[in-house]
Design a binder for this molecule. Sequence first.
Ligand SMILES: *Cc1c(COP(=O)(O)O)cnc(C)c1O
Length: 375
Amino acid sequence: MIPFNRPCWVGNEAELIAEAFASQSIAGDGPFGKKVQTLLEKQLGIQKALLTTSCTHALEMAAMLLNLQQKDEVIVPSYGFVTTALAFVMHGAKPVFADIRPDTLNIDETKLEQLITDRTRAIVLIHYAGVGCEMDAIIEIAKQHNLVVIEDNAHGLYGKYREKYLGTFGILATQSFHETKNITCGEGGALLINETSYVERAEIIREKGTNRSQFFRGQVDKYTWIDKGSSYVMSDILAAFLYAQITQKDEIQSKRKIIWEYYNQHLQDWATQNNVCLPTIPEHCESAYHAFYLLMPSLNVRTHFIKYLKENGISAVFHYLPLHKSEMGRKLGGEQYYCPVTEDISDRLVRLPFFNDISKEELVVVIEAIQYYAV
Ligand SMILES: *Cc1c(COP(=O)(O)O)cnc(C)c1O
């Protein structure tokens, strides 16, 4: 069976974990955690990166940093991951569901203004599959309406929009290092902060509501409880694992680019003949190559296609279900939002096996099976 995802080693993870253990410092913010944060800040050119236990927790930190009041609204894409919306709902927001563009499957910037009310506080977006949202327009809208932009950049690490790294546009951005992501430590995440005024409170929220980070830097002589928060710091064992991967991000990203281009090139003719659409990357975007997907002509065809691939030893999977129509989304009033593109894409999208170490032989098997399939 060719799996949809296979977690990949770069090779020296175990050695670095042993090193972390030998240093007798395996809790959070140890030597490896600090090295990873500094490296991320340098690579992306950002103010501050804080490693967290997950992207979901980084999103919750972002929600807490907004200081949401009752009835405050946060705009999220309906075609999104559950916790992209849930993290804000957990901290009091009413989610407002936006539809997506039919080409990049990113939040549709032309439909944002009609969703903004005097209770709107933030726009949360996902750079789907690693391709940037229309950030020029989104930042302009946010400025006009005094909204915070938060990038859920779980797919987009090292992708670019107009030569600038994804994750550096919003005041806050979040990363995931879950095993399904380009760079991983099993479970983990990060909060990226692009505005200095948010740093101090973010550190407190991440350290159980205490000023422990300031204490360790010698800025205060004792630490105490000063705000809300939780336990969001990543263990240095995981940070050591992550350091191995993040120092090899160029190798990882170039492997993924090759896989993406292989699929794209070899499926072009078949897609045209069978009324299937391949992904769109606009000229001004540099993808992070998180996923490769096909848009099938209908739900029926997709169901049949996934079954056919499975019978041929290939695991292909669909993706998000519309959040505004989910059980929880409906409880939160989601059905008042009109997201026809989300509903259509959700039925037709299928993702092909995509992981750093997929072999040429495996790719050939996938391509041949698909080429043999007539819609
Ligand atoms: C994976 C993912 C998350 C959740 O990441 P965790 O680290 O598992 O919490 C959130 N948003 C998007 C877009 C994701 O792909």
